[in-house]
Design a protein around this ligand. Structure first.
Ligand SMILES: C[S@@+](CC[C@H](N)C(=O)[O-])C[C@H]1O[C@@H](n2cnc3c(N)ncnc32)[C@H](O)[C@@H]1O
Length: 423
């Protein structure tokens, strides 16, 4: 059979989409399983699968509007049509190329059906929404937790490319970099760029900065002072470890994952920052001393990162969120035992689920009367510049929701609580 140009990338995109939706993989891990493609084709396949995930409910509505019988969610025909429509909407691929690369993917299968549906949709014209729907269960959950406005902001955000945030070890370097490279600094040591490509950006090899969403930089900013003995629990790949080390703390970084700790070691090497690394399960490990401050950036559903990782919306099922919440409760309970009286415990998750944020900390405070409520508890100045837009809410913790700083490019969803142990 003569080969169709670009077919390899589409086949790979199909495999990635299947890996995410049917096997529960992240897009990164599904992409890593695809071998033997030229780098440009591999990147194209990731872009197609990512676009399909960003707009899946809208793509499915189009498909359902052009079929008499609803195609099963995991049918190959639906997967191939999603891939084709994602290219039409997100990549502007010409119609003939869409059809030519879609049909061989269903060889020996529902070729006529796919051809018919695609032909109908292309003739009708496919319109692009700048606020595509999120999966219905996610919209329902977030509407109940945060209201309709937040759901609408999240829809707008999933359609647009987030900016690139850099954290610098040194604030004067950050400010100079922002003015030199057309960036905006929204907090000390921060630069926001329009560019989404890290490769080739000046200063990377010299280790002057690392990539970190501005919201993800807030937890480490909540640890005041410097030169203190800080435990960074669940630390890899180390964005927050580097912030803490750059602020002058003595940092012990613990993580269960060997491969993620390897990345942390590389990151520290590149930035020439220092921390003691420990590979351990935090549920088993016991430190030999108490700490002045502890940062627990707990494992979570990561639904706050949906702009860059739209697949989190499909992976974060209610049973997974509930299991995370249980693990987070155990982790924060253990971490609290290792904190000196008067010390600060910062708990954070890049999740938009109250079960992983507000509910974990409310239950913790109810069970630990030796801990003062978050943030509001002390007048202690926050180090590293805690920006004005992230001031604590009424209950004392910081909740970052879609819609915040939207005109400036938005932020990942986050929850940050700062607890102080009574002296
Ligand atoms: C949200 S990520 C941490 C991100 C990191 N703080 C940063 O800023 O780059 C959560 C981390 O928790 C680690 N982890 C999960 N369960 C753990 C456990 N029981 N003990 C220690 N680390 C764990 C994972 O390997 C993962 O690296």
């Amino acid at each position: 059979m003569p080969s169709v140009e670009g077919l390899g990338a589409r086949r790979a995109a199909l495999q990635m989409l299947d890996g995410v939706l049917r096997r529960g993989q992240t897009l990164d891990s599904a992409a890593a399983r695809v071998r033997g493609l030229a780098p440009a084709d591999h990147a194209l396949a990731i872009a197609i699968a990512g676009e399909a995930l960003r707009r899946l409910p809208d793509l499915d509505a189009l498909i359902d509007g052009a079929t008499r019988q609803r195609l099963p969610d995991d049918s190959k025909a639906r997967m191939v049509l999603r891939i084709a429509l994602a290219q039409k909407i997100g990549l502007g691929t010409p119609d003939h190329a869409l059809v030519a690369t879609a049909l061989p993917l269903v060889d020996g299968g529902p070729r006529r059906l796919v051809h018919g549906v695609l032909g109908t949709l292309l003739r009708r014209g496919v319109t692009v929404s700048d606020a595509p729907h999120l999966p219905a269960d996610v919209e329902q959950r977030w509407r109940a937790a945060w209201g309709e406005e937040v759901v609408e902001a999240a829809r707008r955000q999933i359609a647009s490319r987030p900016p690139l945030d850099l954290t610098f070890a040194d604030d004067s370097e950050a400010q100079a970099y922002a003015s030199e490279h057309g960036g905006v600094s929204l907090a000390p040591k921060h630069v926001r760029l329009e560019s989404t490509s890290v490769a080739g950006l000046p200063g990377y090899a010299e280790g002057k900065w690392w990539v970190q969403d501005l919201a993800a930089s807030l937890p480490a900013r909540a640890i005041a002072g410097s030169a203190r003995d800080v435990l960074d629990l669940c630390a890899a790949p180390g964005g927050k470890t580097m912030q803490l080390a750059a602020a002058g703390h003595r940092v012990t970084a613990v993580d269960a994952s060997e491969s993620r700790l390897r990345r942390l070691r590389e990151n520290l090497g590149r930035t020439q920052l220092d921390a003691e690394l420990v590979q351990a399960d935090a549920l088993q490990w016991k430190p030999e001393r108490m700490f002045d401050a502890i940062l627990l950036d707990a494992p979570c559903s990561a639904t706050g990162t949906f702009r860059r990782h739209p697949e989190v919306l499909y992976r974060a099922r209610p049973d997974i969120i509930a299991a995370n919440s249980e693990l987070q409760t155990q982790l924060v309970g253990r971490a609290a035992e290792w904190l000196r009286p008067g010390g600060t415990l910062v708990y954070s998750v890049c999740s938009l689920e109250p079960q992983e944020g507000e509910e974990v900390i409310a239950a913790f405070l109810a069970a630990h009367d030796d801990f003062l409520p978050p943030f509001a508890a002390t007048g202690e100045a926050l180090a590293g510049g805690f920006p004005h837009f992230a001031r604590p809410a009424e209950r004392g913790w910081v909740r970052i929701l879609p819609g915040l700083l939207e005109a400036e490019g938005g932020l990942d969803g986050f929850f940050i609580a700062r607890l102080v142990r009574r002296g």
